[in-house]
Structures are given as C-alpha cells and as structure tokens.
Design a protein around this ligand. Structure first.
Ligand code: HEC
Length: 133
C-alpha cells in the first residue's frame, strides 16, 4: 500500500512537471503557429524559402532576403532604405507574437516575392527557421 501511494505521488509529481513545461512553452508565438493548422515546422525548409530566388513576383524583390538580407541575424532594409529589425527571434524577441502583424506581412511579402500567398506549411517552416536562429 505504501508502494502504491508513493507511485501515485511520483506520477502526480511528473504530471505537474510536464504541465509546467508545457505552460512555459505556450505563448502568442506558439498560438500563431498552431493557428495555421500545418504540420510540424521544418527549419531547413524555412531557410530554403528565405534564400530562394523565386522570380515569380515583383522583379525588384525576387527573394525574402532582398529586404531581410541573407542572414536572419542582420538588420534588413526596405526598398526605400528604412531599417528592418533582424528576423531572428534571438535578435528581435517579439518576432511572430502579433497575429495581425504576422498575417499582414506574410500576405504582402509572399505576394510580392513569390506572386502568391504562402501556404500554412511555408509560414510554419519560415517561423521555425527564425526561432532556430
Ligand atoms: C520589400 C521588402 C521585403 C521583402 C522582399 C520581404 N519582406 Fe518581410 N518584412 C518587410 C518589412 C518592411 C516588414 C515589417 C517591419 C518589421 O517587421 O520589422 C516585414 C515583416 C515580415 C514579417 C512579420 C514578422 C513579425 O515580426 O511578425 C514576416 C512574417 C515576413 N516579413 C516574412 C517575409 C517573407 C516570408 C518574405 C519572402 C517571401 C519576406 N518577408 C520578404 C519587408 C520585406
């Protein structure tokens, strides 16, 4: 009986610990990722997307890197020379935490670079890459 009691106690404790770990991870960025309803993010695919020369959108913006530079750690620049904070979450911690902002810029930038909207999977891969940087 004593054994069962300590087992129950251990199970309760690990459930509490797992619960705490999950709570620590959840946040606006995780909610935004989940809202796309895509599969798990793939950082390598996000990197490819960031660097690809699409050539299917506006000729002046063939790549995401045209404005964001080829390093997510660097400051970027708009076509008119306005500074853009780095995409990497390690450099700009509030990246991808405002759902309206994320939606607005994916829509605008995917349209001008690729000539179409990004798929939910592309968005999740892109964010996953930036979280890993
Ligand atoms: C014409 C320049 C330009 C290009 C090309 C561009 N972006 Fe951006 N992007 C911006 C600007 C300007 C902002 C808004 C300022 C900021 O967030 O610092 C932004 C912001 C974003 C955001 C919002 C980030 C956040 O903090 O919520 C996402 C997502 C994004 N871009 C994705 C992309 C993707 C994906 C591509 C390529 C398909 C791309 N961008 C190409 C200029 C550009």
């Amino acid at each position: 009986m004593k054994y069962v009691k300590s087992l129950v106690c251990a199970l309760t404790l690990s459930a509490a610990l797992i619960g705490a770990a999950t709570t620590a991870q959840a946040g606006p960025r995780e909610d935004i990722i989940a809202s796309f309803g895509a599969g798990p993010g793939n950082a390598a695919m996000g990197k490819i997307m960031f660097e690809t020369n699409y050539g299917t959108g506006k000729p002046s913006t063939p790549r995401c890197a045209t404005c964001h530079t080829s390093s997510p750690l660097q400051m970027g620049q708009t076509r008119t020379g306005k500074a853009i904070q780095p995409m990497a979450v390690s450099r700009t911690p509030d990246r991808f935490t405002d759902a309206a902002k994320v939606a607005k810029w994916f829509k605008r930038n995917c349209s001008s670079v690729i000539g179409r909207l990004c798929t939910p999977q592309e968005k999740v891969d892109y964010i996953t890459y930036m979280v890993s940087q």
